[in-house]
Design a protein around this ligand. Structure first.
Ligand SMILES: [Zn+2]
Length: 336
């Protein structure tokens, strides 16, 4: 028996023949197991979806209650039989509700980790290492140049800027699921207790995080109807990155353009986007987190997907760890 008999890439996504299901399918299928709520992993239109209750809630918020024909809640750590396969979900540390999916069949266990990170995130459960024969890892930041700095220090840059420029609005671009709430929570944990203003596109997910016990403090809508431009002097305004390119952003006084992303490690990207205050905050592993995870799990085989596969494959080769690229299409780091 080969691992490919248990999981293999297909045009629709990663397919499990003995369980007849797909993990994070990119096209509608009969049965989908979904790792987390980002749009490139969780799509509407599947007949049956199994995911953590938080991921199911997030899918309903984003796509409407009819996002799937039927839902099945995956409880973390609980083993469930699907066909001839035993599946279980384990925290991935990526965003609220995110999970790795372990599939086991005839003594062989493969863990599909989806997207994951290892550093502390106050808005979701930490990644749980699951022993396995084959580990499927993402490779979003799989180059040695990507070493994400300490998150508290990045948040400190934003707080410093607020102190230095009390008359300027600080616009922080952050993706709507996970990053926005994480930036807000880190600000709160650093003692920032002013109201934080949010773009309308973030409201539903911020409300949901609050309902799940993640205290984001006082959030106000970043609307200026009837107000004066100076109303947002010295304020923190969080919005999806796309909003900062349009008219919405121009209403704020002399804004400091900031963006929270792992890509901010690349100065050219920050410059291209007109980002004055880049914050290197990522929901994906950096190079060290990836390699440390592979060392820790020491699987017999590593499958590398969505990202810069080459460097990680080479690293595995030097470690005499068997590895191959998994050619999956349709995943493009929404979270970054
Ligand atoms: Zn993701």
């Amino acid at each position: 028996m080969r691992p490919e008999d248990l999981l293999r890439p297909m045009p629709q996504g990663l397919y499990c023949p003995p369980g007849d299901f797909y993990i994070d399918p990119v096209r509608p299928v009969e049965r989908a197991l979904v790792t987390h709520g980002h749009a490139d992993h969780a799509r509407p239109g599947n007949a049956k979806v199994m995911a953590t209750s938080q991921t199911l809630d997030i899918m309903a918020l984003r796509y409407g209650e009819d996002f799937a024909g039927a839902r099945q809640v995956a409880k973390l750590g609980e083993e469930v039989r699907i066909g001839d396969v035993t599946v279980s979900f384990h925290p991935a540390g990526h965003v609220l509700g995110s999970a790795q999916i372990a599939v086991e069949w005839q003594g062989l266990r493969i863990v599909a980790s989806g997207d994951y990170k290892r550093r502390a995130d106050p808005t979701c459960l930490s990644f749980e290492p699951v022993p396995c024969d084959v580990f499927i890892t993402e490779a979003t930041f799989a180059l040695p140049v990507f070493r994400h700095p300490d998150t508290a220090a990045e948040i400190g840059k934003l707080l410093d800027s607020l102190r230095h420029f009390p008359e300027r609005a600080h616009l922080v671009g952050a993706y709507a699921l996970g990053k926005a709430q994480r930036v807000i929570k880190h600000l709160r944990d650093a003692g920032y207790d002013e109201p934080i203003y949010i773009h309308g596109a973030l409201k539903k997910l911020c409300d949901y995080y609050q309902s799940q016990g993640i205290d984001l403090g006082v959030l106000e809508p970043a609307t200026v109807e009837g107000g004066k431009k100076g109303d947002f002097a010295g304020a923190v305004i969080v919005g999806p990155p796309s909003a900062f390119a349009d008219k919405w952003a121009r209403r704020f006084p002399d804004p400091v353009a900031s963006f929270a992303s792992g890509w901010m490690r690349v100065r050219q990207r920050a410059r291209q986007r007109g980002v004055e205050l880049p914050l290197i905050i990522s929901d994906h592993c950096d190079w060290d987190e990836l390699t440390e995870t592979l060392d820790e799990l020491a699987p017999q085989e590593v499958w590398v997907t969505h990202g810069r596969e080459e460097a990680l494959l080479r690293w595995c080769e030097l470690r005499q760890m068997r590895a191959k690229p998994l050619h999956l299409v349709g995943y493009e780091d929404e979270a970054e």
